[in-house]
Design a protein around this ligand. Structure first.
Ligand code: ADP
Ligand code: MG
Length: 510
């Protein structure tokens, strides 16, 4: 990872303004160390110069070489800029996190153990230059993991404890997974958006039921909690239904109200005193709270709330310096929403997922499964985690071919009806007749290539303008994916949607 890649946009010149403690990741003893929120002090400047001086002596790099190495990290630094920051006592300009990271890279990459700076020194430089805590962890990329972790615990000072108002985990929902598999890129994208202070106030994870939206949101919440980005993390869920294998409870439109949401926020931010207030007073009190504190509000299953966009817009008006993270099967058309479209996991991640799931559930046949069989499961399920779990569960009773056949030949009387119902019923009920016809006519196209609007119009005998509107609705409900380029769109289906529209379930529901 390059130094630039680990640094979200820093608009405050590298000044530290959020939290003043750091939780050591993966460390059960959870140590903390302080970083002063002030701009650089004289003593800090002296230490920086001493540190860099010793690194230069040890590495035997010339100033020219050092500058070239920093520039190679993507930092456009001149000799003058470098000297003002790391050599001259009389100058104290702020040192941006990107530059600190590039300097650490310059004094580590390709150098021997005797030539490079030590992890403890690199962390020291990060502290002295007021690097935000959420970026310090990225220094580990320059050192062996164990060496870095040891240095980290050495620099942790027991005298600093997290603020008593720090985020509490008691409201976090229990997880249905043991370890999040894959999703590295998506999680990174999500965290970058969550760390941004000025932009991306509302972030939505959107995708089919069972694709892994809630799991990803939970992982992001955990990470935010560890990094101390937010003072409070609030969890709210609008849905009551869950797929548990044997059956699902009837889908109900959620009656979760905006006032309930305000109550949830108040309670989870330890402001129970807001709850008895009138709705208008409560709105103002929560607005003040979200302005003064950095709160992450997570709303799971947003799509079950009628008029969910107006619902989100109401909270957006109160957000202040806080953020809203949403999971939803349906897209939001509000222009300020940053959307992460979630598809299935890739093949490699899918195989790891299947092996772990098999191990977790003690299904012996999975341990010896051939890579080809695992690939076949991944392909048929389109990498959807819930579908992969369903398959693994059935493998204790049925041979693989039967399990995959059953999934592909979905039917009203078949063994997987509840599963299909859970994923598709709610969205199917929302479709108008043209959209249903359009969706069903997509079944004749090749799964990988999908179709154009024109060819869909020819097949379905529906005018292309009507098809366009139908596609818009289908995309909104995550039933159709859009591919291709700006000039030519191609519309594709997730494999599960494909089996669903081929089945007799659509006829029964129509
Ligand atoms: N990346 C992942 N690693 C491990 N388990 C996952 C992953 N993504 C989803 N799961 C599991 O798959 C199931 C479906 O995921 P979930 O997040 O509930 O989907 P959604 O919220 O999109 O309906 C859950 O049991 C969840 O714990
Ligand atoms: Mg969910």
């Amino acid at each position: 990872m390059s130094a630039g890649a680990v640094s979200p946009s820093i608009s405050n010149g590298g000044k530290f303004e959020n939290c003043n403690f750091l939780i050591l990741p993966n460390d059960p003893s959870a140590k903390y160390f302080a970083i002063s929120p002030l701009t650089m002090q004289k003593a800090e400047k002296e230490q920086i110069i001493q540190l860099i001086n010793s690194w230069r002596e040890r590495s035997k790099l010339s100033l020219k070489q050092i500058l070239a190495r920093i520039q190679a990290e993507g930092c456009d630094v001149t000799r003058d800029m470098f000297e003002n920051r790391f050599v001259r006592f009389d100058q104290k300009p702020d040192i941006a996190p990107e530059l600190t990271m590039a300097v650490i890279a310059a004094f580590t990459k390709g150098l021997t153990l005797n030539e490079r700076c030590m992890p403890v020194e690199a962390i020291e430089l990060a502290k002295l230059t007021h690097m935000p805590i959420n970026q310090i962890e990225a220094i580990c990329q320059f050192f062996p993991e164990s060496e870095f972790d040891k240095a980290f615990s050495l620099t942790a000072s027991p005298k600093y404890k997290p603020a008593p108002t720090g985020p509490s985990r008691v409201h976090f929902p229990s997880k249905s997974y043991h370890r999040l598999i894959g999703r590295t890129q998506e999680l990174q994208q999500l965290l970058t958006a969550l760390r941004e202070r000025k932009r991306k106030a509302v972030i939505a994870i959107v995708g089919l039921g069972g694709i892994g939206k809630t799991a990803l949101a939970q992982e992001a919440m955990d990470q935010c909690w560890c990094e101390g980005i937010f003072q409070y993390i609030v969890w709210a869920s609008a849905k009551t239904e869950r797929f548990i294998g044997k059956g699902t409870r009837k889908i109900e439109v959620s009656d979760y109200s905006f006032e309930q949401w305000l109550d949830d926020i108040a309670r989870q931010c330890k402001r129970d005193d807001f709850v008895p207030l009138s709705l208008e007073q409560k709105r103002l009190a929560v607005k003040q709270l979200l302005l003064e504190q950095r709160v992450l509000v997570v709303m799971d299953n947003l799509e079950t709330i009628p008029d969910y966009e107006a619902f989100v817009d109401q909270l957006f008006q109160l957000l202040g310096q806080s953020k809203l993270l949403i999971t939803s099967r349906h897209q939001l058309r509000l222009e300020y929403v940053f959307t992460l479209d979630l598809g299935g996991v890739d093949r490699h991640e899918g195989i790891t997922f299947l092996r772990e799931e098999g191990k977790e559930r003690g299904i012996a046949t999975m341990a010896q499964a051939k890579p080809d069989d695992l690939s076949a499961i991944h392909q048929v399920t389109g990498g959807a985690p819930l579908a992969m779990k369903l398959v693994v569960g059935q493998l204790s009773r049925l041979p693989l071919d039967n399990v995959l056949y059953n999934l592909q030949t979905a039917s009203f009387a078949g063994p997987n009806y509840d599963f299909y119902r859970f994923i598709f019923k709610y969205s199917w009920d929302m479709l108008d007749l043209e959209s249903r016809k359009t969706l069903v006519s997509m079944s004749v196209f090749d799964l990988a290539n999908g179709s154009s609007a024109q060819s869909l119009s020819e097949i379905s005998q529906i005018e292309v303008e009507v098809i366009q509107m139908a596609l818009e609705q289908l995309i909104l409900l995550s039933l159709v994916d859009i591919n291709g380029n700006l000039q030519q769109h191609r519309y594709t289906l997730h494999p599960l949607t494909h089996y669903f529209i081929l089945s007799d379930i659509v006829k029964k529901w129509s």
